[in-house]
Design a protein around this ligand. Structure first.
Ligand code: SF4
Length: 416
């Protein structure tokens, strides 16, 4: 991998300090694959009790000091300068691509080689270099604040971080973060406005549901009313708002109410984006345990599509609806509301009106292609189940629905 290089470039070690900046585990897909600079402001999630979420389980929440985050930004600035000057020196006119990254790595073994450093440090430096390089390659315009709920820290501290980002990188156009509705609802409007004025331009909020029974059952720690309050405050302050809805979170018991109440709450908030994240109960989570104990009855693929249809039908807002995650079966459920509502509903209706065998085929093909997009090839056990399902489907055997379900369960567990 490190064979092909554009030439030699010795880095100025003083400029890049320790050579890495801290990053958390996740960012929304809309922040692009590494296109945003990832900047860790807090570690993990201060709530960490949602029954369906495994992202930060067993990880302790902590706040990074403003000085720590500023120090990271200085490292990023040093790396960015070094990558750009390597590019100019090696004849790439400032453009930063794979050749430049490889040249920098190969020319600086005392920084990037395991012969000179422990493996963890090398990993952190390479990870950081890749994030900064990808960020530069895509114009260095967006920054994503990690982890689960950055506005949890004192507003004055977050404003200081935002100001420093702008000071260090005046060309940055968008700074975004995950947030909990509870946190935003608790802050005053003036505080949210201060964040906006300091440069916070987009919040990603996990609504999950607008139904209080569902929110309570999954221990979301927020009410539908607080969701509305937080959403409206965010929009009023001029911050772009992305709300995440989790179809299926109410199981069979609350499916209808989950769809109707979520539509009501999101219509009231009128966010800029609604992003669908279909529930796939994840091993090791309390919800998964409840499902095994028979206390939570998950929806089938078809019931899930019906629930989304009911939700969209009752939605009355101007959001852009997106299915940008592989947990969703029908990726084409997407469009600007209200004008694309008929098109979205037609997509859902067309799917539901297909014969059972055709629907099962769609389910198997879609889940398989999502799996392959992540892993490239099927694990042995999963492959066996997929083969059995495909065979049953081809023969139109009566056990085809059961076999397809087994295959889907195996495929879905792998990519969540
Ligand atoms: S608030 Fe978000 S990150 Fe925290 S536990 Fe809930 S879903 Fe997970």
């Amino acid at each position: 991998m490190y064979q092909r290089t554009a030439g030699f470039y010795k880095m100025d070690a003083a400029k890049i300090g320790r050579g890495w900046h801290e990053m958390g585990p996740i960012r929304p897909p809309s922040e692009g694959r590494d296109a945003s600079l990832l900047l860790r402001v807090t570690r993990n999630c201060p709530w960490n009790r949602c029954e369906f979420c495994a992202t930060y389980k067993n990880e302790r929440y902590s706040v990074r000091t403003v000085d720590e985050v500023k120090a990271d930004l200085e490292v990023v600035q040093g790396l960015a300068e070094e990558l750009r000057s390597a590019s100019w020196r090696l004849g790439f006119a400032g453009a930063v691509g794979e050749e430049i990254v490889l040249a920098v790595i190969n020319s600086n073994p005392e920084i990037y080689s395991r012969q000179h450093n422990d493996a963890e440090l090398v990993h952190a430096r390479l990870h950081s270099l890749a994030n900064v390089a990808n960020w530069l390659a895509t114009g260095a315009k967006t920054v994503f604040l990690q982890d689960g709920n950055s506005p949890q820290i004192r507003t004055v501290d977050l404003v200081a971080v935002l100001n420093y980002i702008k000071e260090m990188f005046p060309a940055v156009e968008r700074i975004t973060s995950y947030a909990r509705s509870k946190t935003i609802a608790r802050k005053s409007f003036e505080e949210i406005l201060q964040l906006r004025q300091a440069g916070l331009s987009r919040l990603h909020i996990g609504l999950e549901s607008g139904c209080n029974e569902v929110l309570m059952a999954v221990k979301k720690g927020v009410t539908a009313e607080e969701h509305v309050m937080a959403g409206k405050k965010t929009k009023e302050a001029g911050i772009t708002l992305s709300e995440y809805l989790m179809p299926g979170l109410g199981g069979k018991k609350w499916s209808e109410k989950h769809a109707l109440e979520s539509a009501r709450v999101l219509s009231e908030i009128d966010p800029d984006f609604i992003r669908l994240r279909t529930l796939i109960p994840r091993r090791g989570t309390p919800l998964y345990e409840r499902m095994l104990a028979g206390e939570f009855e998950p929806l089938t693929e078809d019931e899930m599509v019906e629930e989304i249809g009911l939700f969209v039908e009752n939605l009355d807002c101007h959001a852009y609806l997106v299915s940008d995650q592989m947990s969703n079966l029908l990726w084409e459920v997407e469009g600007r509301l209200p004008e694309d509502k008929p098109k979205i509903l037609a997509t859902i209706r067309n799917y539901l009106q297909m014969p059972l065998s055709a629907r099962l085929k769609v389910q198997l093909e879609r889940r398989l292609s999502s799996y392959l997009a992540v892993y490239g090839q099927l694990a042995e056990k999963v492959a066996a189940k997929v083969e059995l399902a495909a065979e049953s489907l081809q023969k139109e055997a009566p056990d085809a629905p059961g076999k397809v379900k087994d295959a889907l369960d195996a495929l879905k567990q792998a990519f969540i």
